[in-house]
Write a protein that binds this ligand. Structure first.
Ligand SMILES: [Zn+2]
Length: 274
């Protein structure tokens, strides 16, 4: 999601993330309707549906709907999503070819309710398996060897451990996975207690945990939401920019990686768009 040109009418990723933090249920609705897409695009699609009063549901491009036996209704405007564009470029001197990926916003998608035609099978939300995710992410779960009773879990290098009596085991699992995926553990080890300290790395890990918990309807989202909202209310009042755009992009990408890694391989490869 880097190097992307963003047109003025498309919200920033950080704004979408703050919206999801402040509106319980938004992430779950986005995930159940659009789980084939990246979380950023899920939220982008959902806010457009809400703005236009469209029912959230499967989305496809015009030709894909045609292939499915449906046509886009006359006068319907396409939804805008962010898509990767890969270009090859040959270097003049060395003749070496390089591949560049940039991102662009394109109005190319239509939600089911904007189309008519043959019935489509309702989509089922894919199962998520923790062991599968750990294996796919090359992260090892090790025994919890801390004696501090307040410690819920820790992350070091590519290892994580969860206290067997952690209060919110899934939340802690996602939080520790996030520390690894976000690259935090290359800088330091993380031992997380019941009270998460106020710093940006903890906000990033906790936001990933929120996105994962709420997408999968697992316990812990409320706790994460409270922590992050507290971060957004710094000192004087609500600061919507308290989560930098760069962090928002990292958060969305990490949550995406975790959610995708835990699906069965057939589900992972199934028309994963963007
Ligand atoms: Zn932490």
């Amino acid at each position: 999601m880097e190097n992307q040109k963003q047109s003025a009418d498309v919200p920033k990723w950080s704004a979408l993330l703050v919206e999801a933090i402040n509106k319980p249920g938004l992430i779950m609705e986005a995930y159940s309707a659009f789980h084939n897409y990246s979380i950023g695009n899920q939220l982008l699609a959902l806010v457009q549906c809400h703005l236009r009063g469209l029912q959230a549901g499967p989305i496809n491009t015009f030709p894909k709907w045609q292939a499915l036996g449906r046509v886009v209704k006359r006068g319907e405007r396409a939804l805008t999503l962010c898509m990767p564009i890969t270009r090859k470029q040959r270097e003049e001197e060395s003749e070496e070819e390089h591949t560049f990926t940039s991102f662009a916003y394109k109005p190319r998608w239509f939600v089911l309710s904007q189309t008519v035609g043959e019935e489509v099978e309702p989509a089922t939300v894919p199962e998520w398996d923790a062991e599968q995710a750990l294996a796919a992410l090359s992260i090892e779960r090790v025994a919890f060897d801390k004696t501090d009773g307040n410690c819920q879990g820790f992350a070091r290098k590519r290892q994580i451990a969860i206290n067997p009596v952690a209060q919110l085991p899934y939340k802690t699992l996602f939080h520790e996975l996030a520390h690894v995926i976000l690259g935090h553990t290359t800088e330091a080890d993380f031992a997380d207690t019941e009270t998460t300290p106020r710093n940006l790395r903890e906000v990033e890990a906790e936001a990933v945990a929120l996105l994962c918990c709420e997408s999968l309807s697992l316990e812990g989202a409320d706790y994460c939401r409270g922590y992050i909202q507290n971060w957004l209310y710094q000192g004087a009042g609500f600061d919507a920019d308290a989560i930098p755009e760069k962090s928002a992009q990292k958060i969305l990408r990490a949550a995406d990686q975790i959610l995708r890694a835990g699906r069965s391989t057939t589900e992972r490869s199934a028309q994963y768009a963007n």
